[in-house]
Write a protein of this length. Sequence first.
Length: 417
Amino acid sequence: MFGSLKPTRLYLLCSFVASLVLPNATSASIFTSSEVEKEDHNDNLYSGGVSIKKLVKELKRKKSRGSKTMSASEQKIYSDRGDIQVLADFYRNNDVPDSMDKNQTASATSRAGVYDVVIIGAGWAGISAAMTLLSKGITNFKILEASDYIGGRSRTVYESFNGEEIPIDLGSMWLHGGVDNPLYDIVTQVGGIPTRESTFSERVYKKNNGGALTNQQLTSHYYQLYENGFMDYQARRQESTNNDEALQISKNKYLNTLSSTEKKDMTKYFTTAYIELEYSGLLTEMSLWWWDMDEYIGSADDLFLPEGYSPLIEGYAAPVLNKIETGAEVTKVNYKPSNQNVKVIYTKDGSRSVLNTKKVIVTVSLGVLKADTIQFLPKLPKNRRNSIAKLGMGEMNKIFLFWNPNDVFWPSNIEIF
């Protein structure tokens, strides 16, 4: 995938799909600073705009006045790495090696600071991008993550109950499609990640203490009212309408064709459970024409991760953990064609830093893009901005209830009621 990225310097990557966004690429290198005053630094400037040329001259001047010298091992580290931070440390110690003149210093500093790629976001898309780079032999990259953890919406926390630490997934929790899901390959690769088959077995209760529907009644209602009822009805309307409309309109029209309150209530249940909850959105906000354009992964039973998703993505990310900087909130990406480098500006612990890089892969969520918390210079192309503005993003709140075993009133094999 990354072999085709040469014409572009900035990419938007969501889930596992890369979208080539911006043209005009040249070579680039990286510049780092914890005290950035400007964005137009070049490779022979240090933090705050101090010239390396002047810095080396000053260091040598102080050394000639009797400042202590570097040890042989310190000189070797300096020569091998050419690291600007090492240079800064020695600057504070009033020291510089005799063997490195000002031109060598500037050159070594530039070489040491070159990143091939900076990835913004350490969720599944960002980690997958990093792993793909690694598989292609590209190791000179860095990942910036605004949160203090990796995984994006795959985050497991733990709650104490009856002396046990119960894992709770705040975001993703199912492995839809089970063994047919590409993530199952990662489960196998990481190892030690237990899974449990989910049957989605239901128990539906009638209102007004009417008791529970039998499995036979529930199955009959499902096929009559939902699978062969509402779903067929809305599919026919997709083909017959000249203008798109909210899916809720088709639901209302279909409900008007039903003869009993129970059938209407069951249809409302099915559309809520199988559409609104599945897509985390209201039918009033869904397009009749486009809401069902996705494809389900495989035909195997869904899997549940009893220990949560965090152990999975943390295991998957293990080879690139040393390349991730958490708590690093990116505020600006400057990819002006006039710049030699793409500049990525971020804040951490109240200080600002700048990375210059050849390529940038942006994997932040649609919500972050919509919020404009990252400024792109120049602005993203209009067609990309329009897509970001028009794409919807659902919201679903989870509530976790803990029950003592003696208080459970539903059959143990029931997952949904």
